[in-house]
Ligand binder design. Structure first.
Ligand SMILES: [Zn+2]
Ligand SMILES: [Zn+2]
Length: 456
């Protein structure tokens, strides 16, 4: 099952390169180790230890000890007193896009901090010779343009780049290098799908019009789409249609999940602050406690889920003067959201007035509803003809910031099943199923054909 390539000693016996091919999994490991003189033994052992752990994770115990033996053997040959390993492990599967997905998984970065992810993408995309590549859009976003042979409509396909603050619980060869952040929402897979689309466009440019592939940062906190759209350089792009997908655990693998109208809900985090006056706990009548107003608000607020609250401090001698309530408001349309917000604010004012308190609000994690246009849905339904498709009756309750593209042009978000037994999104055991990279990219390519006129 394991085939090991011979160990090659580089110049002055200071480098080792090992190729390790695992037939069964179709995985090729390329390992380069550089050994240089090193006086600080502590650092040397630190790097050795880290390297060996990484090897074990990727190649297992047997391979790891084989390679470590080779390193110590070559150290002996060089006559170096100490050795620091500068190492580079490339992990490749037979399928380049699965490899990309795994590489991106390892690089997992939080919303707005996708620097290494962007670096990886830029390198991969520039090899595909697009007509234009624009980096650092709305943060670390990247937009890539492929021109058709003749003028025509422009289609924008968007994927998201950020990971989530969930430590992954499964040991995988491509485990996230960032212990607290991982791709438990599958955005690594969405990017790999887009790389597959880019590779195809590089070989076969669209007949007419333009294709924009947008790698969008910061989807999870709802800021990414807004900052891309607010970036003056994005004005260069004038899409006529926009599409995006999200993988969906709980649905059969590879099935397409479509819905006309609202696909996923609008939501926003609302913070309500009540301010009264603190006083000695022995004389609460001399202060103004926000406790009653806060409780009434929590009990009566409609159209949302109270996710937390805070009243005063743990100080037994003091009656509180401050409180906060955090509520996630949710609705099927943006218009409905405006109404829910208005009513929640009115309720808070009323609760505050009754207790002679000041009240203030702030909002974060603002997601508009994703409302799929009929025009975009007509194209999408054509693109999935002959595939396994499920039409939703109710929109998803979760939110996605792709909704902001709806203000730009006819747009649609759709789902692709990640398997009925796939753990839910953001679960610590979730992992994007590699099997859906190809079918997902095929639908995007069909959409490109629909919009740009195909090969006719
Ligand atoms: Zn997510
Ligand atoms: Zn997501």
């Amino acid at each position: 099952m394991l085939e090991q390539f011979p160990v090659i000693f580089g110049d002055q016996h200071s480098e080792i390169a090992i190729n390790h091919y695992n037939e069964v999994e179709g995985v090729l490991l390329q390992i380069q180790v550089q050994i240089v003189a090193m006086e600080i033994i502590y650092l040397q052992s630190f790097f050795m230890c880290r390297f060996s752990c990484m090897l074990q994770r990727i190649g297992g115990k047997i391979l790891s000890s084989y390679i470590m033996e080779q390193i110590y053997y070559s150290l002996g040959k060089t006559g170096l007193q100490g050795g620091l390993c500068r190492y580079n492990i490339q992990y490749m599967t037979k399928d380049p896009f699965i490899s990309s997905r795994h590489e991106l998984h390892r690089l997992a970065e939080a919303s707005g901090k996708e620097m290494r992810t962007a670096g990886y993408l830029q390198k991969a995309l520039s090899k595909l010779n697009p007509d234009r590549i624009m980096a650092d859009i709305g943060g670390y976003g990247i937009a890539v343009l492929f021109n058709g042979k003749a003028p025509g409509p422009t289609i924008l396909l968007r994927c998201d780049m950020d990971a989530v603050p969930v430590p992954e619980a499964i040991d995988r060869p491509y485990k996230s290098e960032n212990r607290r952040i991982s791709h438990q929402c599958g955005h690594d897979g969405h990017m790999a799908v887009m790389l597959a689309v880019a590779a195809e466009l590089s070989e076969n440019p669209p007949e007419a019009g333009q294709v924009i592939l947008l790698f969008q940062p910061a989807e999870e906190n709802g800021l990414g789409a807004a900052s891309v759209l607010a970036d003056p350089r994005f004005e260069f792009f004038k899409p006529d249609y926009a599409f995006a997908l999200h993988n969906l655990p709980g649905f059969p693998i590879g099935q397409f999940i479509l819905k006309r109208g609202t696909f996923s809900c609008a939501s926003r985090g609302m913070t309500v602050r009540f301010r009264g006056a603190p006083t000695h706990a022995a004389h609460p009548e001399q202060g103004r406690s926000p406790a009653a107003a806060m409780c009434r608000f929590i009990g009566d607020v409609k159209g949302g889920t109270v996710v937390g609250s805070k009243l005063g401090e743990k100080a037994f001698g003091t009656a509180p003067g401050l409180s906060e309530v955090w509520v996630t408001l949710r609705s099927e349309t943006d218009r409905e959201m405006a109404d829910i917000v208005k009513k929640a604010e009115e309720l808070a004012f009323e609760c505050a007035r009754a207790e002679v308190l000041d009240v203030g609000f702030s909002y974060e994690d603002i997601f508009p509803a994703v409302e799929n246009s009929h025009e975009a849905m007509d194209l999408l339904e054509k693109a999935v003809t002959g595939k396994s498709v499920s039409f939703l009756e109710e929109p998803f309750r979760w939110s996605e910031d792709f909704g902001r593209f709806g203000a730009l042009c006819p747009s649609a978000l759709f789902g692709i099943g990640a398997g009925e037994n796939c753990p839910p999104l953001h679960d610590e055991t979730y992992d994007f199923p590699d099997d859906i990279i190809v079918p997902a990219s095929e639908i995007f390519l069909s959409l490109i054909e629909e919009v740009t006129g195909g090969a006719s």
